[in-house]
Design a protein around this ligand. Sequence first.
Ligand SMILES: Cc1ncc(COP(=O)(O)O)c(C=O)c1O
Length: 362
Amino acid sequence: MTQASLEQRISKLIRPEVRALHAYQVPPSTGMLKLDAMENPYQWSDATKQAWLDKLADVEINRYPEPQAQGVKDRLRQVMGIPSEYELMLGNGSDEIIQILAMAVAGDDVCVMAPEPSFVMYQMIATFCRIDYVGVPLDSQFDLDLSAMLEQIEARQPALIFLAQPNNPTGNLYSEEKIRRIAEASQGLVIVDEAYTAFTDCDSLSLLGDYDNLVLMRTLSKVGLAGLRLGLLIGKPEWLGEFDKLRLPYNINVLTQASAEFALEHYELFREQTAKLRQARSSLIEALQQLPQLQVWPSEANFVLVRSLEKPAAELHEALKGAGVLVKKLDGGHPALAGCLRINVSTPEENQRLLDALQAQL
Ligand SMILES: Cc1ncc(COP(=O)(O)O)c(C=O)c1O
């Protein structure tokens, strides 16, 4: 087969919207100070690592996993204080849960809505599933534009509305009142995505009891278990029973189940690390605010959004990379993020390395 005929065959078979997509980009980071992916920088002590490895040694790798990962669910329920009237569904990261939700509603004339800018996977997954995506711009303070949201809900009747609380990449919380108004106006399902819940005092668990069309999504990625890939959906059993039919059997593998159970048994460790990161966030924001070349937004998450006011953001991003510091370039994505970079909050030492690099490159 010639190259031309191979390309022809691919373009005939693969949907045009898929061919138009770019795969999710993860830049190489070996040897870099990695501040681009909202990871927790802390390592486990040798004793904790050994206890974890001892537990893994007992895992029966030749067997399929427990299909419901009930042990993990029980621990999550305990650690997060999830009332017994709600069900949990686990995903291979919350990305998989977004995909399951989208697959469950996909069909003609269906759309998914999210405020913009927000987490890019809402739109990407809608596209994979052939669902229209409606992005409603946030206001100039990156808050929900309630009247625009309500107008679009009325006009488009979205099947799913994703609200990241706090939002990625802007780091702010929406008011509970606005979330309530959106849930009340929507015939579809509202997903409050609490990926960064560990870094804020706000949570929406109490909203679950007030609305039949609201569920919560969380993840263990941001607290320090990004490598495990474990996300969860929390909601009424009637909803979760439907979604669970689309979950691939055994989606949470044996190593993840054993590791998650272990980590959740030692959750104090993560609470301590999170508290340290929250403190480091305040100091980092204060220090960034001292740099007149940057606009800095407050944050309720483990990252900070900044705008480069003098040097083009792409140049600053490259210069930081050259200095061994990897942050996320948002400039060039959504227009509201022109000139913006997103910086992960890390240990005081790593934050200082970032500040030194910034000072040298701004
Ligand atoms: C708002 C939000 N939701 C969900 C995710 C996905 O998390 P994971 O798939 O690691 O659970 C992210 C990751 O960046 C996020 O920012």
